[in-house]
Design a protein around this ligand. Sequence first.
Ligand code: G3P
Length: 219
Amino acid sequence: MKFFVDSADVAAIAELNALGMVDGVTTNPSLILKSGRNILEVTREICELVAGPVSAEVVAAKADDMIEEGRKLAEIAPNITVKVPLTWDGLKACKVLTDEGRMVNVTLCFSVNQALLAAKAGATFISPFIGRLDDINLDGLELIADIRQVYDNYDFQTEVLAASIRTPNHVAQCARIGADVITAPPAVIKGLANHVLTDKGLEMFDADWAKTGQTILSL
Ligand code: G3P
């Protein structure tokens, strides 16, 4: 399973990238706002840092305008993935941009039928949002499992990119289901390392080690 970082924070992406944790990056208008940076500048910096796909989202509502924005964003770097919303216009833009040989990530997916349409339109990635379904008492993980099954039934090549991931459990379950990619904020990815028994075990080892009176580097 590939790990994408859902962020436009260059320092946070760089920290994870140095550990080999970053297979790609996803951004959206809210994350660009949070970064306080110019979209073209910050996206270029991210693309220089990360070799894998970097999603940059269009903001137009009409297909023709989305296509124009997508082409402009794609000029930033060869690893740009144009992100379009799952609307009828977004699907039209997806078809045109993928026919031009560009990677396209169709975002804001909340149903299997939407995912089917994105695959038919040639999407490179489909982004179902887990957390936002959980927020309204639906089951985001069930959607990931359903899309996985349907794509496998018909051998669709579109990659399932599980988004709106909020917890380590979301990540573990996506791996069990067989999502191709998860995208998560840096804090969630770093949080995967945490376990209360690891902390407790380390405390015990530290206490016992202190009692030996030894220091490894002076032996
Ligand atoms: O990639 C989509 C993601 O940024 C949405 O996450 O937590 O705002 O639902 P969230």
